[in-house]
Design a protein around this ligand. Sequence first.
Ligand SMILES: NC(=O)c1ccc[n+]([C@@H]2O[C@H](COP(=O)([O-])OP(=O)(O)OC[C@H]3O[C@@H](n4cnc5c(N)ncnc54)[C@H](O)[C@@H]3O)[C@@H](O)[C@H]2O)c1
Length: 252
Amino acid sequence: MTGIDDWSGKTVLIVGGSGGMGRATAQEFEGAGANIAVADINIENLPSQYLAIKSDIIKISDCAGMISKTVGRFGRLDLLVNAAGVWVEGESSEMSEDQWDRTIDINLKGTFFTCRYAIPELEKTGGQIINIASDAGLMGSSGAAIYCASKGGVVLLTKALALELAPKGIRVNAICPCDVETPMLEFQARQFGGGNPQAYLAKLKSIYPQGARQRFAKAQEIAAFIFAIAQPRLAPITGAALPIDFGTTAGR
Ligand SMILES: NC(=O)c1ccc[n+]([C@@H]2O[C@H](COP(=O)([O-])OP(=O)(O)OC[C@H]3O[C@@H](n4cnc5c(N)ncnc54)[C@H](O)[C@@H]3O)[C@@H](O)[C@H]2O)c1
């Protein structure tokens, strides 16, 4: 395959690449010819052509290891996509230290340390980082203070890294999706839906301004956006936190 969206010979590492958005992103770049590495706590059922790296990003050594294994196998790293994350919600007056630590350690600290170890390799290739934050990193979500803190952290982490790494030729962006049809959304509805997941999902959907056309985003739509902003012709985009949210963060 040749052309402006040709990624053959380039390498993409997707952290959380076994999940909904991560898997769709892997498929998008695989279709453009990229070498694909996936780092996740769950690496079962990944296509055999992917480099599957069992990793828990709570562990700093795993964050370092996934970069060295990717470069060891493919010789280079062009794009790091941080798609691992966990959801938590509940009354703040009832949240535990464990819930805080797990959410911040995975969503924020893990994201930082995968970036930290990727920087020297991305500098060699003029590569880039795309972090999946959330609309909950751009505005408050009642009942999700810890998750919002983690994703708001990812947004400003992204902006600070973009400034720091610009002289090295590395772009860093965050995308901020609304609710997306993935295993995470199913988990949310099951775990926090008070026994009525359909009502939980209907309430989430009711905030979208599309009226009778209200729907959740699809993982493939998020992946298509990640693929688009990763292209060299969009080189001016760095330090951005880009909403993909049907306008939910545009105002009221
Ligand atoms: N689904 C949504 O509605 C939504 C909306 C906005 C943002 N997000 C964010 O988008 C990202 C992708 O979410 P998704 O919906 O695809 O979720 P998902 O649950 O389908 O996928 C998340 C992946 O992260 C992996 N993971 C979790 N903890 C990990 C750890 N400690 N180490 C390594 N891997 C780990 C999981 O195994 C899973 O494969 C997450 O950061 C999530 O917070 C999701």
